[in-house]
Design a protein around this ligand. Sequence first.
Ligand SMILES: Cc1cc2nc3c(=O)[nH]c(=O)nc-3n(C[C@H](O)[C@H](O)[C@H](O)COP(=O)(O)OP(=O)(O)OC[C@H]3O[C@@H](n4cnc5c(N)ncnc54)[C@H](O)[C@@H]3O)c2cc1C
Length: 297
Amino acid sequence: MIKKIFFENCNLSSYTTIKVGGIAEYFAEPRNIYEFINLIEWSNFNQHKCQIIGAGSNLLINNIFIKGLVICTKKLKSLKIDPYSGIVEAEAGVMLPTLSNYLAKNALQGGEWAVGIPGTIGGAIYMNAGTGDLSLAKNLISVKVINNKTLKKLEIKKKDINFKYRFSSFQSNEFTIISAKLHFEPNGNLKKLIQTTKNNLKFKTETQPYHLPSFGSVFKNPENNYAAQLIDDIGLKGFKIGGAEISRMHANFIINKSSASSKDIYKLITVIQQKVLQNKGIYLQPEVRMIGFDYPY
Ligand SMILES: Cc1cc2nc3c(=O)[nH]c(=O)nc-3n(C[C@H](O)[C@H](O)[C@H](O)COP(=O)(O)OP(=O)(O)OC[C@H]3O[C@@H](n4cnc5c(N)ncnc54)[C@H](O)[C@@H]3O)c2cc1C
């Protein structure tokens, strides 16, 4: 039964927004929670490593053979919105732009910022993705998860999740996010919400290389500083290794200019870190998550 819902030897480059990736031994895109949980149970039972990915918009996957099962959540798209109470239930694979647009159209306030982040709800909670002080943590009620080891399913309340800048406790525990329950303010001004959402997307596309392959900001902003400013200050905009280039539009973005390899991108990340450390005395911590590299988080 399970055998029918995964492929073998799947090239992951089309599952990341920077368009590089390795070959997954097994790969699946479950269409419902039942299949999702079954796959996790199957990999656990067969002692395969199980790696969850969402939209792959914050991922650098090494171009190697990735042993075990990779599960992409993008087909887990159920989204239920109650415009009266403002309660939203979203499966892990719902895209933030979809959520943001739906909220605005239902006069629910508080998700306008999320329109420009091309990731899933699961990835956004795991990363605590956001802009400025805004992230889903603000609107979260609870998260349904499965424990990858014990296979126990549970619902975790927001108060039991640790959220910090681009960090959630899911980065250090063994849970896979299945779905989330959120609350947004009902009865907002429909016209205004739709306009703000549109403007936010426009702002993103005008200030970031949004339509070129990238994984968003490469580094976290150090305290009281901006990674983009530090990289720009030392003249690295436009610097290339192979097909990987530091964007001229936004220095904290690496773009896949012409068939970059994962190693070009990794090398560029380490060169930026070295140069910023030498010139500014600051170590830039990657925001991007790496698969198949020995990167110490
Ligand atoms: C053009 C562009 C603009 C961006 N702008 C922003 C921005 O403004 N702010 C911001 O914070 N980020 C931004 N990003 C980065 C990225 O979109 C976010 O980090 C996003 O939340 C990642 O979601 P994803 O579904 O793509 O996760 P992936 O990249 O697929 O995965 C990221 C991590 O989450 C884990 N994960 C994913 N789903 C689950 C799950 N269901 N359960 C457990 N773990 C899971 C993965 O294992 C991985 O470690 C941008 C990226 C791009 C390409």
